[in-house]
Design a binder for this molecule. Structure first.
Ligand code: ADP
Length: 467
């Protein structure tokens, strides 16, 4: 037995799928933040660089001195500007945070730096200016500084929208997983409850009625219900069988018991004893016949048959059985043979039982001096054996049940028999991988047809015990 603790399927599915969703959400957020930060960075860089493009027009150098025109705008669109000389010394302008003064000159470089008041971007734009006195080229730097929080990049909004979207999708995903996994378990719970009802109350008629949305679940429920139909059927058959056996055995048993009581009370002469013994022997033979046929059926059903198969002549077997049939003489039935010389692979003793039952029935359900026709021919590697009688025949309803154990048509009740013969014939035919069929008309007669493979198609026989 497996003692490992079992976990709930809802739990199992929810945890795994929730983990997948959370991992995917985390990856999405990392992805969004990486690419949006990059985009925001380039957007701010573009804004800051654009601001200082024409500033060189408002700066001039005179005799080595850098002079800033009054038109120079030191703060515009969140960008603070400072004019620096080639050593990085401030000529004009103010730093928005003193710590920014520590960052050395770096021409054309765009940097993101951290100060105690927040993140800033620095861009040092250089240009060469001609000294209007000495005509020498002097390097002038415009340092552009922007505070990160002052910039309003459209990408910033997109970043937060994407975060919110990922979060909402993840929550919806988690809720859906919870709903789906608990929906999955509803039919399972129903299956369990039904199984419990059957197990505890013994109510075999119970079925699972679940309108599940899942195809596989539906298939499982239907398979389960089919299995229950079959089990209920088998259970009823079993009940029917037990009551049939009891019923069939009770008649000879009560006759024997009545004979014994009679003998005890009134039996005096040897003749009384002889009469009673005859009755007892007849009833005993009947009981024996029922038991033998039941045993044969049960062995056939359980596959406990000796693999005693051989090629043998079917024609000879049919003829010898028909010749030995006592009813033939008793009822003066004439037999017409049309038998081809065909050998098939068969278990002779079982096939003899099948043929005997069919011939016996044909004569049993015919009037005296009637005639029976036996035909044997070959078609597509099959041996076809046909028994035609001109007896009472059967209606369609009767034909449906003749292979059921203990079934006897109402009008056959006055004829000896137990309703086991055709069940045996059917089982024996199946064992030989053959088939049986019947055509019949009430008061006109019946034709039983056995189709048997000639070759050894019998491969899956289990042998344990001699038949
Ligand atoms: P039994 O003959 O012992 O009653 P079977 O299993 O051989 O049992 O047959 C079952 C029933 O099928 C019979 O009771 C009878 O009603 C019907 N049946 C079988 N063979 C014939 C036949 N040749 N003609 C008419 N009815 C038949």
């Amino acid at each position: 037995m497996n003692h490992k603790e079992k976990q709930s399927i809802t739990h199992y599915i929810s945890i795994r799928f929730a983990a997948i969703i959370l991992i995917m959400a985390a990856i999405m957020i990392l992805f969004i933040s990486y690419f949006s930060n990059k985009t925001i960075y380039f957007d701010i860089r573009r804004q800051i660089r654009r601001e200082s493009r024409y500033d060189f027009l408002n700066v001039e150098v005179r005799n080595g001195k850098i002079l800033v025109d009054k038109n120079f705008i030191f703060r515009e669109n969140h960008v603070q500007k400072l004019v620096l000389d080639n050593k990085g010394r401030t000529i004009r302008g103010h730093y928005p945070d003193k710590e920014l003064n520590n960052y050395p000159l770096n021409q054309w470089d765009f940097r993101r730096v951290k100060c105690s008041s927040g993140y800033y971007y620095i861009f040092d734009r250089p240009f060469l200016k001609k000294d209007i006195i000495t005509n020498k080229q002097i390097l002038v730097i415009i340092r552009n500084i922007g505070k990160e929080t002052d910039f309003n990049s459209q990408y910033q909004a997109m970043k937060y929208i994407s975060y919110t979207f990922t979060f909402v999708i993840s929550i919806i995903g988690l809720l859906l997983i919870g709903a789906v996994s608990s929906r999955l378990t509803i039919p399972m719970k129903e299956i369990k409850d039904t199984a419990d009802t059957i197990g505890i109350e013994g109510n075999l008629a119970k079925r699972i009625e679940s309108a599940t949305a899942f195809k596989e679940m539906d298939a499982m429920i239907q398979a389960n219900n089919r299995m229950m139909d079959r089990l209920e059927d088998l259970f009823h058959q079993q009940q029917q069988f037990t009551s049939d056996v009891a019923h069939e055995l009770r008649t000879p048993a009560s006759i024997i018991s009545a004979e014994c009581q009679y003998l005890k009370k009134y039996g005096g002469t040897i003749n009384d004893y002889m009469d009673s013994l005859t009755v007892i022997a007849r009833q005993n033979a009947k009981t024996n016949e029922i038991i033998t046929q039941l045993l044969q059926l049960s062995r056939l059903e359980q596959g406990r048959i000796k693999e005693d198969f051989e090629y043998s002549c079917l024609k000879d077997l049919i003829e010898s059985i028909c010749e030995a049939e006592p009813l033939r003489m008793q009822k003066q039935i004439s037999v017409q043979y049309d038998l081809k010389n065909i050998s098939i692979y068969m278990n002779i003793s079982l096939m003899a039982i099948a043929i005997k039952n069919l011939i016996n029935n044909a004569m049993k359900y015919s009037e005296n001096q009637s005639f029976v026709k036996l035909r044997l021919w070959e078609k597509d590697n099959l041996a076809i054996f046909e028994i035609e009688d001109h007896g009472c025949g059967m209606d369609e309803e009767t034909q449906k049940h003749i292979y059921d154990r203990f079934y006897r048509a109402d009008k056959s009740r006055n004829t000896p028999g137990f309703g086991l013969g055709l069940s045996l014939v059917q089982k024996i035919t199946e064992l030989h991988k053959g088939s049986i069929s019947v055509k019949s008309k009430v008061n006109e007669g019946s034709i039983f047809t056995l189709s048997l493979p000639k070759e050894a198609a019998i491969s899956n026989m289990r042998s344990q015990e001699a038949f």
